[in-house]
Design a protein around this ligand. Structure first.
Ligand code: ZN
Length: 278
């Protein structure tokens, strides 16, 4: 999500959570909150969209969510996004159709209102005052992401991105589609330069093996840094941790790569940072 949007969507989402006295993720009963605020949510067949907001006067609306969305996390995100339009964009269209890409692929450039609705949805479903304490110190593995995703009832994609907002580890999430790097996001101050978009995923990387149909080995793997980063000074000399998950529905692999604090790479980078600082 782009950083230049205002904090208003986040402030309004937090205000709603405070109003209901929410103190843990299990209390975020989205349909009940929507209903109490005048928005009835129904699941129904929808053509050409994943969700739709239909206003009925100033203070009431209907959100139709496509019955094709099978995953709870994605359904909740779609509802929260439409609810965001209801709260934030009162003077906008009476009828708003939101498409799959607008709801699920944050890396693309969207109109400001779509970005604001996404920011509202993230803040409502994974507010910083609940997420940071649960995510910031947890190890950068897909097991962590899955646990947080279960606790917050959010999709793996959304949870991974939120984890990067708060983690204290040096890590990055790389999204590869059909065997090529599509997009990535890093934690703050991640020290490596990652490979360019559209680079073919290395066949021996964790992601490459998942694309080739190999089963998930159950634990993160150590892979050469050069599989994911461009720094030739050391990319063949050190390893980096990669964990990954294959989202079959989207032919997408999410790789979570991280620099372990005890690793030779971490020590090398620390020494290099000290020497260049002087
Ligand atoms: Zn929208």
């Amino acid at each position: 999500m782009n950083s230049y949007i205002s904090r208003r969507p986040i402030q309004l989402a937090h205000k709603i959570l405070r109003y209901y006295g929410i103190t843990n993720p299990g209390q975020i009963d989205l349909n009940a909150i929507c209903l109490d605020k005048g928005v009835l949510v129904i699941e129904a067949p929808l053509k050409g969209a994943l969700a739709r907001l239909v206003r009925n006067g100033k203070d009431r609306a209907l959100v139709r969510v496509s019955d094709r969305i099978r995953e709870v996390g994605q359904r909740r995100f779609a509802i929260a996004h439409e609810f965001g339009h209801f709260i934030l964009h009162k003077k906008k269209n009476q009828l708003s159709l939101c498409h799959r890409s607008e709801l699920l692929f944050w890396y693309q450039e969207f109109p400001l209102e779509e970005q604001e609705a996404n920011a509202f949805a993230v803040a409502l479903l994974m507010p910083d005052f609940l997420f940071e304490i649960r995510g910031c110190c947890e190890s950068p593995t897909m097991a962590t992401i899955e646990r947080l995703s279960t606790e917050f009832k959010t999709s793996l994609t959304a949870t991974t991105l939120r984890y990067l907002d708060f983690t204290r580890h040096d890590c990055a999430a790389i999204f590869s589609v059909d065997g090529r790097i599509k997009w990535f996001r890093t934690s703050e101050n991640f020290p490596l330069r990652l490979l360019d978009m559209q680079t073919l995923v290395d066949a021996d990387s964790f992601a490459g093996r998942l694309f080739a149909g190999h089963p998930y080995p159950g634990v993160p793997q150590q892979v050469p840094v050069g599989m994911w980063a461009e720094d030739h000074e050391f990319s063949q000399s050190f390893t980096i941790q990669e964990d990954a998950i294959y989202l079959k529905t989207y032919q997408t692999v999410i790789s979570l790569i991280s620099i372990q604090p005890s690793s030779p790479l971490y020590q090398f980078l620390t020494k290099r940072a000290v020497s260049t600082a002087w």
